[in-house]
Design a protein around this ligand. Structure first.
Ligand code: BES
Ligand code: MN
Ligand code: ZN
Length: 484
């Protein structure tokens, strides 16, 4: 898919044209340009309430008189005073999705020439995300990506938006791929290709190296599977030589059957998405490298498959994590925290100044916050605020959960230092985070539980069902702010 800044006038464009329209106000900017070229057509449609400009609303006009375009799609931008990067993303995505019902050549977006760079970036990303679906293996595609996307706006911002859109779609594709294709070794291969393409350094630890590195907690989860585990370490050295890196850590369970604590069918159905945290880290690292952000950032992805077999780890097993802490296994389905325990330890060893981890960690987080909102948990309020503010700026939904010390009492062990589950299911998102906190050695750390927002069963008006690529844009924004 080609993406470029459009310079020409709307009325002269021979592409399919998408024109943004604010709600409850007369036409302005590009919508006024279209109105003039079509001798007042847009104003008449507004008058008759055929379109109101409500956010995400669309109205196709086939070859209207006065313009060269064969198809003009009007799209509502909502109230002008409510516009932000998240709404720019979703409005463009909704328009793009609507057009993707058929294969299209060039589609040119004319939203608002006065937009600041971030809004343009997120708008362009939305245009790219909206027309890509989860139908990777359907002969007759439900969504057809446009051959070319044009955006009337500053070329530097359009280019940065292209990088964001590519990165979100990379994450989505990896999560949407079936677990027979994406397993630890193949994910690591994908990461190596991404690294080569965008100039990231990469290190891949195989099962032997993981054993040499004493990653006993991660290895225990992997031991039930015929697929050997991997740890991917990506490095973007954009900062000053002596600077400590920011670390992005991802849960990469390429399939979570639950292990011997086997999940029932319906709970297992979408467990190919249990590597979404890892895919989000890879997508974000891709963007950070391509945007050449001036900050050292490392990305660490713990890759395992959690399976039941004669060689599985067992209930009652005692594991020794890389940090030296011992863990009593009470449920093999609480495997994400076991993987992250060792990966977080490597992040600390690599000198991380701040850590963010992303994981489809608990169903309990979805019970607490619903399917569209990520849970934030932290040991450092300032660092959590930085993540929360970045998410807000991008229009990605996140909400902080408390980390009172009392929650940690639930995971104190009687046989080993800690247990891998709390007592009963209450507060399960937080007891899981309390477990992770044991392995970050008091470094500023924020945990993002994306069990809900990483994947949707039903399509949204602006995005197909399946993987969402949620929090790729937020991570890029966090790193950008950390550069300032
Ligand atoms: N990968 C799951 C969490 C999950 C659930 C992600 C639903 C996405 C959607 C995780 O490994 C898991 O199984 N967690 C258990 C923890 C429990 C055994 C303490 C859960 O949430 O039930
Ligand atoms: Mn599990
Ligand atoms: Zn899991």
């Amino acid at each position: 898919m080609e993406v470029r800044a459009t310079a020409g006038a709307l009325a002269q464009s021979e592409s399919i044209v998408v024109v943004g329209l604010y709600q409850d106000q007369p036409v302005t900017g590009f919508s006024a340009e279209l109105d003039q070229a079509t001798k007042g057509l847009v104003s008449r449609l507004l008058e008759r309430k055929e379109i109101t400009g409500k956010h995400g609303e669309t109205l196709p006009l086939h070859a209207p008189m006065g313009v060269k375009s064969p198809l003009v799609l009007l799209v509502g931008l909502g109230k002008q005073e409510e516009m932000n990067a998240g709404r720019a993303f979703r409005a463009a995505a909704a328009a793009s999705l609507r057009l993707a019902e058929k294969p299209r050549g060039a589609v040119a977006f004319y939203f608002d020439g006065s937009w600041s760079a971030p809004w343009v970036e997120h708008g362009v990303a939305g245009a790219m995300v909206g027309c890509h679906g989860q139908d990777l293996y359907k002969k007759e595609k439900k969504l057809n990506p446009h051959q070319e996307i044009g955006w009337a706006g500053d070329a530097v911002a359009v280019n940065a938006g292209r990088v964001l859109g590519e990165s979100v779609n990379l994450t989505r594709r990896l999560v949407n791929e079936p677990p027979s294709r994406i397993y630890p070794a193949s994910f690591a291969e994908e990461a190596a290709q991404v690294a080569a393409a965008c100039g990231l350094e990469i290190e891949i630890w195989d099962e032997h190296r993981l054993a040499k590195e004493r990653c006993g907690s991660l290895l225990a989860v992997a031991q039930g599977s015929t697929q050997p585990p991997r740890l991917v370490i990506l490095r973007h050295l954009g900062g000053k030589p002596e600077e400590s890196p920011l670390a992005l850590v991802g849960k990469g369970v390429t399939f979570d059957s639950g292990g011997l604590s086997l999940k029932p069918n319906d709970s297992m159905l979408t467990m190919k998405d249990d590597m979404a945290g890892g895919a989000t880290v890879l997508g974000a690292m891709h963007a950070i490298a391509k945007l050449k952000l001036p900050r050292h950032v490392i990305g660490l992805i713990g890759l395992v498959e959690n399976m039941p077999s004669g060689s599985s780890f067992k209930l009652g097993d005692i594991l020794t994590a890389r940090s030296g802490k011992t863990i009593e296994v009470l449920n093999t389905d609480a495997e994400g925290r076991l993987v992250l325990a060792d990966v977080l330890d490597v992040a600390v060893e690599r000198g991380a100044a701040q850590i963010i981890d992303l994981a489809t960690l608990t169903g309990a987080c979805m019970v607490a916050l619903g399917a569209d909102v990520a849970g934030l948990m932290t040991n450092n309020q300032e660092w959590c605020d930085a993540v929360a503010n970045a998410a807000k700026q991008c229009g990605e939904l996140a909400w902080q959960l408390p980390m009172f010390p009392e929650y940690a009492e639930q995971i104190r062990g009687s046989v080993a230092d800690i247990k891998n589950v709390g007592d009963g299911r209450w507060g399960g998102a937080i007891t899981a985070a309390k477990f992770l906190e044991e392995f970050v050695q008091n470094k500023p750390w924020t945990h993002i539980d994306i069990a809900g927002p990483a994947f949707t069963d039903k399509p949204k008006p602006h995005q197909d069902a399946g993987a969402t690529g949620a929090f790729v844009r937020t991570l890029v924004e966090v790193v950008r702010r950390a550069c300032a």
